[in-house]
Design a protein around this ligand. Structure first.
Ligand code: G4P
Length: 536
């Protein structure tokens, strides 16, 4: 039993959130390097010629050199079992990115020191903030000129409304920092200039503020500036308060450079020490389930079809919330009310997939799925029969009408669309009077439309005719009087569609149009949560 508790205490499951190009791939790779999971950075993402990250699975990802789907990487460090949830890094991110955050216990917010808080970081931050997820900030690219540490702290507060506590402080001049001062341990770490371009662990010397050798190495100006900065931070800055970190009100802030490895080890060690172990989860009935509960439970947060083009496979990823997963165990699938055996459970260790024998709360495993799972499903011990709370639905912002180019391929088209909707890759809407030969597709990022086109062709043999619609806002309708929906007025610049559960949805160009419609249709309300909408 003690062993089970220890395993939980030592697990860290988190996502890195950032804007494209901030250095997420590089940082992930460096964490693997320090964790000993790889021995030479650059082997994962060999520069220029072959720019693929470990998590690049799909052909389209390779072609574009981007990560379309979220994946999971696992490694051990100093007794910790680390699970990094990878989030798609392209600007056209998808619901997948958001959903991955549901499986995390904390987030690392990566910021480019020169660019500060960028749009995608902002979006992802808000999803984390809403869940009250602890957020740790890593300011990257300190080897280049950027904004000053104080400016960046202010920016976090102004743009995101979160206070920052610098855990370390860069020493030296912008673009030429020599090392960092660790504010908790009151230690200076000076990095050596090496010529490995960050492919190997960076050597450093550590000492106290009083250490004469360190003072000499810093030089008088740097030393005086550092002492002044520390005094200012201690006097005027926020106090370090773990309760505030845990409720997402205060972010521990680290400065470093993923490329040169500057500050990476210090960040990793402090992050592992301070970040939360697997957290309790809320059930649909409002109860809280602790990870220490010995009965097994998990939820599906991602489904990926055809990961291996050689044979059609569909893998469902689940996050374990309580109990122990044993290879070959039978579990209860709540949504289908069936006892099932999970076949070939896999874990994703650095660059390989391995069959998992046992897994614990916080771990992510992928299982081959014959098509029974949907995003958000609960899997648990037969005696439990619990259900985790529903995933939030992220309203789509981009819409397109799609139909098969060749009407002979209608069956494949329909099958592909249905399967991708089940995976959660797209949201599907129907127009009244249209059969199964045409759908309106809703997505969060435009790249999802490209993925849809590509996958329908490559996996189902159906070429698409796609016509992007100009709408950006979707609202589900609630009304006591269903007749109002058929006769809805003021839809001149919008359209009415129905989701898979036959709930009416209005698509319009902007929020202003929503008011226009509301004013003309007393008796209807718009809702953001589909479950609250009227079913026709
Ligand atoms: P992403 O996954 O967040 O999109 O970013 P990625 O790691 O791919 O990094 C984007 C670019 O930023 C890469 O340069 C990468 O080398 C660079 N980079 C990452 N960390 C640092 C850092 O600490 N300092 C500096 N100066 N650059 C950094 P690139 O030119 O686009 O690619 P490459 O030719 O280096 O592969």
């Amino acid at each position: 039993m003690q062993d089970f508790f220890n395993k939980i205490d030592k697990r860290r499951t988190f996502a890195i959130i950032s804007h494209p190009d901030a250095g997420k791939t590089t940082l992930t790779e460096k964490l693997l390097l320090y964790g000993g999971a790889i021995h030479l950075a650059g082997s994962v993402k060999s520069r220029k010629s072959n720019k693929h990250a470990v998590s690049d699975w799909m052909e389209i990802e390779k072609q574009r050199g981007i990560s379309v789907t979220s994946s999971v990487l696992q490694f051990d460090y100093d007794g910790y079992r680390v699970n990094i949830l990878d989030t798609p890094g392209h600007q056209d991110f998808s619901e997948d990115t958001y959903r991955t955050l549901m499986a995390a216990d904390s987030a690392v917010m990566l910021i480019d020191a020169a660019k500060g808080v960028e749009p995608q970081t902002k979006k992802l931050f808000w999803v984390c903030h809403k869940r009250k997820l602890p957020i740790f900030t890593f300011v990257n690219k300190l080897d280049r000129y950027g904004k000053t540490p104080i400016e960046l702290m202010d920016e976090l507060e102004q743009v995101l409304g979160i206070h920052a506590y610098p855990m370390n402080w860069p020493i030296g001049l912008d673009g030429h920092y020599l090392g960092v001062y660790d504010r908790i341990n009151k230690q200076i770490e000076l990095f050596e200039n090496d010529n490995t371009h960050g492919s190997k662990i960076l050597k450093s010397t550590t000492g106290s503020l009083e250490d004469p050798a360190i003072i000499a190495a810093l030089g008088e100006d740097n030393y005086t500036n550092l002492c002044n900065d520390i005094e200012l931070l201690d006097m005027a800055g926020d106090k370090f308060d773990m309760t505030k970190v845990n409720s997402g009100e205060l972010t521990p802030m680290f400065f470093g450079s993923a490329m040169t490895n500057f500050g990476v080890r210090g960040f990793l060690e402090k992050f592992l020490e301070l970040s939360p172990k697997p957290q309790a989860r809320t059930l649909k009935n409002g109860d809280i389930l602790a990870p220490e509960n010995t009965e097994f439970s998990a939820f599906i947060f991602k489904i990926q079809a055809n990961m291996n083009p050689a044979h059609r496979d569909r893998i469902s990823f689940m996050r374990i919330c309580s109990g122990i997963f044993d290879k070959g165990m039978s579990v209860y699938h709540v949504q289908s009310k069936k006892v099932i055996k999970l076949s070939q459970p896999q874990q994703f260790l650095a660059q390989e997939r391995t069959i998992v024998e046992k897994a614990y709360p916080g771990d992510i495993i992928g299982v081959f799925d014959p098509g029974i799972f949907s995003i958000g499903d609960t899997i648990c011990d037969e005696n439990m029969k619990i259900q985790f709370e529903d995933f939030p639905v992220f309203p789509p912002e981009i819409f397109a009408r799609v139909q098969p180019k060749d009407s002979m391929k209608r069956k494949q088209f329909e099958k592909g669309i249905t399967q991708l909707a089940q995976e959660g890759a797209i949201q599907v809407f129907k127009e009244k009077g249209m059969g199964m030969e045409s759908f309106v597709i809703g997505v969060v990022g435009v790249l999802q439309l490209e993925v849809l086109e590509y996958r329908l062709l490559n996996e189902y043999g159906a070429k698409l005719l796609m016509n992007q619609l100009g709408y950006t806002v979707a609202r589900w309708i609630y009304t006591e009087d269903k007749k109002l929906i058929e006769n809805i007025k003021g839809l001149d610049s919008g359209m009415l569609v129905y989701d898979e559960e036959n709930r009416p949805v209005v698509l319009v160009n902007n929020e202003w149009s929503l008011n226009w419609i509301l004013e003309r249709n007393p008796g209807i309300k718009f809702v953001l949560v589909p479950a609250e909408a009227t079913v026709i």
